[in-house]
Each structure stands twice: as structure tokens, then as C-alpha cells.
Design a protein around this ligand. Structure first.
Ligand code: FPP
Length: 244
């Protein structure tokens, strides 16, 4: 879905975050990377709480990429353990806060108990309307685009779709993100300026904000500041500037 044009002064409806720098934050303090990930979960809680009062309707968090499987087994186990605990512990609070939780990414490679919890919490929160929290788990944008193309090809091969019916809307509808509008603002923490295979299709017209803080030190104030600065940017979607 393509987000509607919003004039200067409006806040972002959909904010997506690449939560980077857990490991570096911990290493700089002489601590294990796992401590950085644990602190990262605290910031996840803070940001989820801070988002609806800022007018955010969709919050997408990049929790685990298809490339993250290359990390040492120990670290992958720590992350999977944290995801599992998060799902068990936070389901009640998300539901009570009227937040819908959905996952994007290829969940079939994740441990079965986590897949089951993901299904349960999605089902439990599906009618919640205050905000949609989209968590990217085993997510890779290129894999998502390939999958969408394959699905469209199947439709064409079955005679249900003609090639000229394949347009941007059709491709968007076959993405994992089909439930939500495109992101207006993508934030990456830890000073890195890369997109890292995140929402490549959906972020075509998004604004980007790269902040110096590592994820474990990204406070609700930092978040509000970045979101507030978005309102002052002029989004042109390829059109001429209003300033001439
Ligand atoms: C990046 O830091 C962070 C991750 C790969 C994991 C992000 C996960 C969380 C914050 C917790 C889980 C979230 C949810 C929604 C339950 P890094 O390890 O790449 O840091 P580095 O670049 O300094 O090494």
C-alpha cells in the first residue's frame, strides 16, 4: 500500500526502526553482547509505549534479519530466548494496550515453539486498533520481493492473473507488509548509514533518520525528537519543491 501524501507539519503514521548497536554498546562497557540485547528489549518496551501518544499508527521493528543467522550459535540462542520470553511476558500488556502484533519475515525457519507463540499472539491481538506493531523476524527485503514475484507468477500460470495486471499495488499486496501503509520514516540507531535489506520496496518514499545513539541508549525523548523533526521535512515524492 502506498502511503498518502502528507503536508509539512504532519507526523509520521508509520515509523520503522533498525535497532542497531546492541553489541557495540555492551562491548564498549566491557560487557557481553547478550547484555546489550537484554537492554535492547527494555528500549523496545519504551518505544512501543511512547509511539501511540506521538500519533504513530504503525511501528515496525527489525528484530532479526535473514543475515543474522551468520552470528555465532550462542548469540542466536540468546536472541531466540529473548524473543520467546518477550512473547510470553508481553502478550497481556500488548493486548491490554489495544496493540495489534503482526510478524513479517519467513517464520518457517524459526523454532517451532516461537512460531506457535507468534501465531497465538497474532490471533489474540488481531482486532486491536490503537497501533499495529509489526516485528520483522527472519526478515529480508529481497527474499520478500522474490516471494511476491513467485506468488504472482503462480497466479499468472494458473490463468487467474494476466501479466499486465501486475502493477505496484499487486506487488505490494503480495508483500508480508500488505496489512499496513508504507513507512513514512525509517530510523536507524548506532550511527550506521545503511538500509541492510530492510523494507527496500516499501521505503521508496520514506524519510530516513540516522541517529548516533546505540539502541540500548535510545530513549523515548530521543524517539520523540526524531519523530518531531520529521514534521518539519518537506516530502515531495519526486515532485518539484514548493520553495521553487
Ligand atoms: C542489533 O544490534 C540488534 C539485533 C540484531 C537484535 C535486535 C533485537 C532486540 C533489540 C531485541 C528483540 C526485539 C523484540 C521486538 C522482541 P547488533 O547486535 O547488530 O549490534 P552491533 O552492530 O553493535 O554488533
Amino acid at each position: 500500500m502506498v502511503s498518502t501524501r502528507r503536508g509539512t507539519g504532519a507526523g509520521p503514521r508509520h515509523v520503522a526502526i533498525i535497532m542497531d548497536g546492541n553489541g557495540r554498546w555492551a562491548a564498549r562497557r566491557g560487557m557481553a553482547r547478550s547484555i546489550g540485547h537484554r537492554r535492547g528489549i527494555d528500549r523496545v518496551r519504551d518505544v512501543i509505549k511512547a509511539a501511540p501518544p506521538l500519533g504513530i499508527e504503525v511501528l515496525t521493528l527489525f528484530a532479526f534479519s535473514t543475515e543474522n543467522w551468520r552470528r555465532p550459535n550462542y548469540e542466536i540462542d540468546v536472541l531466540m530466548g529473548l524473543f520467546k520470553r518477550y512473547l510470553v511476558r508481553e502478550a497481556d500488556e500488548l493486548d491490554a494496550g489495544d496493540i495489534r502484533l503482526v510478524f513479517i519475515g519467513d517464520r518457517t525457519r524459526l523454532p517451532l515453539d516461537i512460531q506457535r507463540l507468534m501465531d497465538q499472539v497474532e490471533e489474540r491481538t488481531r482486532h486491536n486498533a490503537r497501533m499495529t506493531l509489526q516485528v520483522a523476524l527472519n526478515y529480508g527485503s529481497r527474499a520478500e520481493i522474490v516471494r511476491a514475484a513467485q506468488r504472482l507468477a503462480v497466479e499468472v500460470a494458473a490463468g487467474r492473473l494476466s501479466p499486465d495486471e501486475i502493477d505496484e499495488a499487486a506487488l505490494s499486496q503480495h508483500m508480508w507488509t500488505s496489512l499496513v501503509p508504507d513507512p513514512d520514516l525509517v530510523i536507524r540507531t548506532s550511527g550506521e548509514m545503511r538500509v541492510s535489506n530492510f523494507l527496500l520496496w516499501q521505503a521508496a518514499y520514506a524519510e530516513f533518520a540516522f541517529v548516533e545513539e546505540c539502541w540500548p541508549e535510545f530513549t523515548p525523548d530521543n524517539f520523540a525528537q526524531v519523530v518531531g523533526s520529521f514534521a518539519h521535512r518537506e516530502r515531495r515524492y519526486g515532485a518539484a519543491t514548493a520553495r521553487g
